[in-house]
Design a protein around this ligand. Structure first.
Ligand code: AHR
Length: 459
């Protein structure tokens, strides 16, 4: 299985404050379309931009507003915009005033640009049960259109929602009966509320990866992963295997809490998969988390494991998204963060994420590598060894120099690779010593092995 390697992405988080359940989709007109839940739960908005980062400042159009009575006169949750057979469809959960009655609903939009399209109501998605239903997501596999959504099963009222799947007869009508493909049975799915919701899909390597969110929408909120083969009978629950542990969750070191209700899109160059999700920048919430307006939209790159499955890693810190440095000499190993003077054990994706700080701590045209999983920790040379140490507000001159590097063309691949020469130590380069990721700083002569050890690909 060919592992997907793609150039780094560069986005700045937070992308959009106070926008939850973010849905970004790239359309054939070259625009990214964004919709999400607004804190007042009273309208459906759309933004568009030729770039993902541009969505942060793009004007927001309201295409639908809360009604005075009936369905749509209360919560408006988790809209998703899909273009199907030449028309736009907005899947959204709508509530009814003065009662806890939320149901999945569909709007249809006619017009090239959904911000100016003519929107009409196609009505409720008629499922088998008249119960709490939300977070409908449309996807297509081998030409068949499916809808997956969250709904409370009438026989399991001690739980809030399971994930249901059905074929679509048309964009607003499912083929019944639907199939339950996942229930909130694992401990991490049942903290605060017993929830499986916010499904999203990504297809690659002959597989369909369905992420979903679990537990209450506070810092316990996290994401799970269901996987099936694209050739399987997706309506057979046995076709889906569930990851036993969360694949994305709160991270105190990066300051990200309750990440979830994601969508997937692709980078501008079309080469990278991009995870779009919401979280908060603080763990503690007073009152019902749904009344806290600060779920914000964030984006980061999806990496792929050698077994062809997605690796979401950790929610990265605020600021510019990090990169990985893959070794030229040891193609499946990466520069990694570690404590002490050498790495031990297998590296996680998180260990290999670095922010390229430019200019570096030594200023000028140096760069520094800051660990994204341990913000504030910098890669520095200590004699011929490499350590990761905390920079502080007034780092010593020796620290800034030892933690700064000259970014050069790759010694073994000038076109695509990079090499890092120690600032203030001409000819001394960062070199990886083996597939376990040990690092040294040493001279590189004409020897191709040494040049290879000193060359990295940014991802
Ligand atoms: O944001 C409103 C709701 O909160 C989450 O629980 C759901 O996924 C979403 O529909």
């Amino acid at each position: 299985l060919a592992v997907t390697h793609s150039p780094p992405v560069s986005y700045t988080n937070t992308l959009i404050p106070q926008r939850a359940d973010p849905h970004i989709s790239k359309h054939t007109d070259g625009y990214y379309y964004f919709t999400a839940t607004v804190p007042a739960y009273d309208s459906i908005i759309i933004r568009r931009s030729p770039t993902i980062q541009g969505l942060s400042s793009a004007p927001e159009t309201t295409i639908w507003r809360r009604k005075s009575s009936g369905i749509g006169s209360n919560q408006i949750w988790a809209p998703e915009l899909h273009h199907i057979d030449g028309k736009w469809y907005m899947y959204v959960a709508l509530g009814v005033a003065n009662e806890w009655r939320i149901r999945a609903f569909v709007l249809e939009g006619v017009g090239a640009n959904p911000q100016t399209a003519t929107w009409t109501e196609k009505g409720l998605i008629n499922t088998d049960w008249d119960t709490f239903s939300l977070d409908a997501h449309h996807f297509q596999v081998n030409g068949t259109r499916y809808l997956v959504w969250a709904q409370q099963e009438p026989t399991r009222t001690d739980e809030n929602s399971s994930l249901l799947l059905a074929k679509l007869l048309n964009p607003w009508t499912i083929q019944r009966p639907a199939t339950v493909i996942s229930r909130p049975l694992l401990s991490w799915e049942r903290v605060g509320y017993k929830v499986n919701e916010g499904p999203a899909t990504l297809q690659k390597n002959g597989k369909i990866f369905l992420t979903y969110s679990a537990s209450a929408t506070d810092s316990n909120y996290c994401m799970g992963l269901l996987t099936a083969s694209v050739d399987a009978d997706l309506l057979d629950p046995a076709s889906w295997s569930k990851a036993p542990l969360p694949v994305f969750q709160s991270n105190g070191l990066t300051g990200q809490y309750g990440p979830g209700h994601n969508s997937f899109t692709v980078s501008e160059d079309g080469l990278s998969d991009v995870l779009v999700f919401h979280d908060r920048g603080y763990p503690n919430i007073t009152g019902d988390p749904l009344n806290d307006p600060n779920r914000r939209t964030r984006v980061q790159k999806v990496y792929w494991k050698v077994d062809g499955t997605p690796d979401l890693g950790i929610p990265v810190p605020d600021g510019v998204t990090p990169v990985r440095l893959r070794s030229f000499s040891f193609p499946e190993s990466y520069v990694r963060d570690y404590t002490g003077t050498s790495p031990s054990g297998a590296a996680t994706l998180a260990d290999t994420l670095f922010r390229v700080v430019s200019p570096g701590l030594a200023g000028g045209n140096t760069v520094s590598l800051e660990s994204a999983s341990r913000p504030g920790m910098y890669m520095r040379r200590s004699g011929t060894q490499i350590r990761f140490d905390a920079g502080n507000d007034s780092p010593s001159a020796s620290f800034t120099k030892e933690a700064s590097w000259m970014r050069k063309e790759g010694l073994a691949d000038a076109k695509n690779g990079v090499s890092l020469e120690a600032a203030g130590a001409t000819g001394q380069y960062l070199r990886v010593t083996g597939s376990e990721g040990g690092l040294v700083v040493a001279a590189v002569g004409g020897d191709s092995t040494q040049k290879g050890q000193a060359t990295f690909y940014l991802e």
